[in-house]
Design a protein around this ligand. Structure first.
Ligand SMILES: Nc1nc2c(c(=O)[nH]1)N[C@H]1C(S)=C(S)[C@@H](COP(=O)(O)OP(=O)(O)OC[C@H]3O[C@@H](n4cnc5c(=O)[nH]c(N)nc54)[C@H](O)[C@@H]3O)O[C@H]1N2
Ligand SMILES: Nc1nc2c(c(=O)[nH]1)N[C@H]1C(S)=C(S)[C@@H](COP(=O)(O)OP(=O)(O)OC[C@H]3O[C@@H](n4cnc5c(=O)[nH]c(N)nc54)[C@H](O)[C@@H]3O)O[C@H]1N2
Ligand code: SF4
Ligand SMILES: [Mo]
Length: 896
């Protein structure tokens, strides 16, 4: 049942995934479910959605949801309790810890997936009423270096760019951004600019990503060396007479120091090439493109932020824009792409431990101002601990109470495994989440609070271009789930702060947030949405996507920095010389490779939502490590085999993918798998906790590691109605399938074991077909019931791993034909179900073989023709870069 089945009108809301912030129309599918469509009127996406957004309807099931408050007893077991019991317990325990150890012994760890209203209330409780500044957020792992870089250069955390700039630019430089997979709808906009206006694209990334497929120039930079490249660029611009003396004279400080620092780092093309590991010709080409193109936008993301020199990387990029005056004007500027749906909103409310609300800082004036506005008895007087240090303080026993909201740190923080142990030391450990079982909850949370999820919650988020959009509910709050702002306010009330937390709705909070942004502002702070300080409930409900600033009464400035005025004390921007770049930890004989980590196209973070979608499971179903062919040979690794990746901090076992686009000396692993979704795939265990000295952001992309083959004898898969239990020591990864459970696995256990697997045993029903070939080590079992395939278990020697996706299609079908039934055990698709190969287009289920056939038969010769012939790439477009690559590979092969 959902609100949509009564209301025929679709509900306008915003995608809960990335910072592009696409508008979504949630529509009833007519069968009790929901389908997500792009909102044609939303200025972030104009009706488009990527693969993840399109599959949102598949992620709304209540299976696995945390639906009741729970308390963990002394025996370690959790039991359901009433809301009042859970809230009373949380409040009294927080008060007890504060009473005994002081406010510095409590901490909140928040998330860019909270709505602005949730975030505002949590931050207010901690910084104004509890009186501790130990509130940090997963944005520390995400945007902190950009925040620090902006504040150093502009005197404020201002993202000057807008999406329209990407339509107007003639050169778009993507630094440390795999936008084709991580900001797909924005990337398509960039691609369109290239197609229609001839804009050039430069991609700077140590590995050749899908994003690089459209690049006019791809620079495979040595890990961590971006500030040397941009230092070299600054020198080149200066030496080519491109410094805008007039602009710099009026609006910028620090050019001379920044330039001489840059000269020491990378004084020439040759020096730049040597420092960055790039070919001199490629460096020169990049410099020339930047020099000759006035309208240039430099987009950057985690390859820049997640670095021991993240702040310096941001600074070195901004320097080039300031020196040329290419900022604050249409089609130009530095542009930090935010990751989470509300990364920007979190910065507005001051969710970081070193910021106050509404873009204020820990200065005496701002502390006083926020304190007066909140009528806060207990304003925190200094910055709190940043995420990594906060968890270290927990480890040392200094922080004794922790409340985690909407993030999964036991997967996503560096040294994740060690943190799980540290959390056991807490006297009070509260987790608010949507999901019943996560690695963080399972690390021993004492209080489990069920939060309303996307589709149920109500509030606002702000995207990468500062556009605030409403997330609107279209489903009832299930079970006992409650909005995060309500949960925090109820705890605040029970701690004796009821007057300051008497909110009745998200709109109440939004009005207060808006009023604070305007309070004693007078143009001194960039973040001002005073226009909404008195917004009515109805106007809030129907609020159209709006960019800030939006000051009361006045027309907002056309764009930030258009007048050359920044938010420093003298209103001038500051250029700063970057330090020499170097990853925090050197390589060694023991750990000779750099571990780069990041994202894949169709999964979101720790997979608590995207991992529920069968459609999203097929593109990249298992945790893997990408290795350059030369490294693979040197370390004895085989494609599709397995490898253990180890660091000083921990290890993971991953499927090996040999990829020529992977840089020699580096390996890449995705961040998504946890102990919930895999036996050995949690890469956070391996990542080093080194941080940038200014931003405190962990260097998640450069841990020294070793790699060694792990040889399993067999691999296979199970598809079943109930979760199977595999033999001890089995490597496994969970895959979403409709109507059941899917596991991919690898093992040494021999055939005799395979009869015993619960949930997949051939003894459990009559309609069983089995195929056993002891000599070759093959075992295949299919169990049929009610005209369909009820369970399947396939095992084969690891080098001939059975294909799961074709059998999965039969498992998911309501009924199957006799021919299909006979063909199941062949391990090959039946005649009436052609082998389409690994899925490339998730929207229409188009496989690699189908696309190849179309190219080889001449039916299609480019991406658009593939779309016309097969529909692949015509819905969300997320697979277009891969189709392009397949075409060029096939044409090369044909020519050769
Ligand atoms: N599909 C998908 N999309 C997402 C997310 C998701 O989980 N899944 N998460 C969202 C979030 S929260 C975020 S923060 C964004 C992140 O978006 P991105 O930053 O685009 O994604 P990442 O894969 O983390 O890293 C980007 C690239 O940085 C490169 N890199 C590593 N080291 C260096 C270096 O030293 N220099 C340079 N120049 N590049 C380097 C990596 O090889 C990688 O290709 O994505 C958002 N969008
Ligand atoms: N090695 C490495 N580590 C990384 C990164 C990397 O590139 N490399 N990237 C980092 C980055 S940029 C990020 S953003 C983080 C992301 O890492 P996390 O934030 O840990 O990942 P999520 O899976 O998004 O966790 C969100 C949790 O909140 C729950 N949730 C979702 N919505 C709500 C809600 O409305 N209310 C509540 N209470 N709970 C909710 C979900 O069920 C889930 O358990 O990972 C970081 N870690
Ligand atoms: S690009 Fe995709 S994941 Fe990002 S907001 Fe749009 S639909 Fe959602
Ligand atoms: Mo992020």
């Amino acid at each position: 049942m959902n609100a949509l089945s009564q209301a025929p009108q679709p509900v306008r809301t915003t995608c809960p995934y990335c910072g592009v912030g696409c508008g979504v129309l949630a529509k009833s599918d007519g069968a009790g479910g929901v389908v997500a469509a792009g909102d044609p009127d939303h200025p972030a996406n104009f009706g488009r959605l990527c693969s993840k957004g399109s599959a949102l309807g598949e992620t709304l099931s209540l299976e696995g949801r945390l639906l009741q408050p729970m308390l963990r007893g002394n025996d370690g077991a959790c039991s359901q309790v009433s809301w009042s019991a859970a809230l009373d317990h949380s409040a009294s325990e927080l008060s007890r810890v504060i009473g005994r150890h002081g406010p510095g012994a409590v901490a909140f760890y928040l998330s860019g997936q909270l709505l602005t209203e949730d975030y505002y209330v949590a931050n207010k409780l901690m910084k104004g009423f509890i009186g501790s500044a130990h509130v940090d957020t997963n944005s520390r792992l995400c945007m902190a270096s950009s925040v620090a870089g902006h504040r150093r250069a502009f005197g404020s955390d201002t993202v000057p760019g807008t999406y329209e700039d990407l339509d107007l630019a003639d050169l778009i430089v993507l630094v440390g951004s795999n936008a084709a997979w991580c900001h797909p709808i924005l990337y398509q906009r960039i691609e369109r600019n290239k197609r229609e206006r001839g804009a050039k694209i430069v991609v700077i990334d140590p590995r050749r990503t899908a994003t690089a497929e459209e690049a006019d120039l791809f620079l495979p930079i040595a890990p961590g060396m971006d500030s040397a490249l941009f230092a070299g660029l600054l020198v080149h611009l200066a030496d080519s007479g491109l410094v805008n003396e007039d602009y710099v004279g009026r609006h910028v400080n620090g050019l001379a120091e920044a330039l001489s620092g840059a000269r020491r780092l990378a004084g020439s093309v040759t020096q730049t090439a040597a420092a960055t590991g790039l070919l001199p010709g490629a460096v020169e080409h990049f410099f020339e493109l930047f020099r000759e193109t006035a309208r240039v936008v430099t987009c950057f993301s985690q390859g820049v932020n997640q670095s021991a020199q993240g702040t310096d990387k941001v600074t070195s990029i901004i320097n080039c824009h300031l020196a040329t005056g290419r900022i604050g004007r249409p089609g130009m500027g530095p542009f930090s792409l935010t990751g989470q749906p509300n990364a920007m909103g979190g910065r507005e409310v001051g969710g970081l431990a070193n910021q106050l609300a509404a873009h204020m800082a820990y200065t005496p004036e701002d502390i006083d101002r926020v304190g007066r506005f909140w009528r806060a008895p207990n304003m925190a007087q200094r910055e709190g601990l940043k995420a990594v240090q906060m968890f270290e303080a927990i480890e040392r026993g200094e922080i004794k109470a922790l409340w985690v909201m909407a993030t999964n740190p036991v997967v996503s923080l560096p040294r994740a495994g060690a943190l799980a142990a540290a959390l056991k030391k807490l006297e009070l450990f509260i987790v608010s989440d949507n999901t019943l079982s996560t690695d963080t909850l399972n690390a021993g949370a004492h209080v489990l609070l069920p939060a309303a999820a996307w589709g149920e919650k109500d509030g606002t988020v702000t995207n990468s271009e500062r556009r605030m959009s409403r997330q609107r509910p279209f489903l009832p709050q299930p079970g006992e789930a409650k909005p995060d702002w309500w949960i925090v306010s109820e705890v605040a009330r029970r701690m004796g702060f009821g007057d300051a937390f008497a909110y009745r709705s998200a709109a109440d909070i939004f009005r207060e947030h808006a009023a604070l942004s305007a309070f004693e502002n007078h143009g001194s702070r960039d973040f001002d949405i005073g226009a909404f300080a008195a917004i009515g409930d109805d106007a809030y409900d129907s609020l159209a996507p709006t960019q800030w600033p939006a000051p009361a009464g006045g027309a907002p400035a056309a764009r930030f920095f258009a007048d050359g005025r920044f938010f420093t004390s003298d209103r001038k921007a500051q250029m700063i010389a970057p330090r020499p770049p170097l990853p925090a930890r050197p390589l060694s004989v023991e750990y000779p490779l750099r571990l780069n980590t990041g994202r894949i196209r169709d999964q979101w973070h720790t997979m608590t939502r995207s991992g529920l979608s069968p459609r999203l499971a097929v593109h990249s179903p298992e945790p893997f490590v990408e290795v350059n062919p030369d490294d693979a040979a040197a370390f004895g690794l085989e494609d599709a085999g397995f490898a253990r990746v180890s660091s000083l901090f921990g290890s993971a076992v991953l499927r090996v993918v040999i990829a020529p686009g992977q840089r020699r000396g580096s390996v890449f692993a995705p961040i998504h798998w946890s102990h919930e979704t895999s036996s050995h795939g949690r890469i956070g265990d391996v990542v080093a906790p080194d941080t940038d000295p200014y931003s405190g952001q962990p260097e998640a992309k450069a841990t020294p590691v070793s790699i060694a083959p792990v040889r399993f004898r067999y691999s296979g898969f199970t598809l079943s109605q109930t979760p199977p239990s595999l033999p001890d020591g089995t490597w496994w990864a969970r895959v979403a399938v409709s109507g059941g459970h899917g596991l991919l696995f690898a093992t040494d256990a021999g055939i005799e074991t395979w009869h015993e697997v619960a949930g997949c045993s051939p003894d459990e029903a009559d309609g069983v077909a089995e195929y056993i070939d002891r000599e070759r080590g093959l075992y295949r079992m299919a169990r049929f019931a009610d005209g369909g395939l009820e369970a399947a278990l396939f095992v084969a020697p690891v080098e001939i791993a059975p294909r799961w996706d074709t059998v999965k299609a039969l498992f998911e079908a309501d009924s199957i034909s006799d021919a299909q039934r006979r063909a199941v055990l062949s391990g090959r698709p039946a005649d009436d179900l052609p082998d389409t190969g690994p899925t490339v287009c998730a929207c229409f289920g188009v496989g690699l073989h189908t696309i190849r056939d179309a190219i080889l038969t001449g039916a299609a010769a480019d991406v658009d023709e593939i779309g016309k012939a097969l529909r692949a790439g015509t819905n969300c477009g997320s697979c277009r870069p891969e189709i392009k690559k397949i075409i060029s590979n096939e044409l090369l092969a044909k020519a050769g």
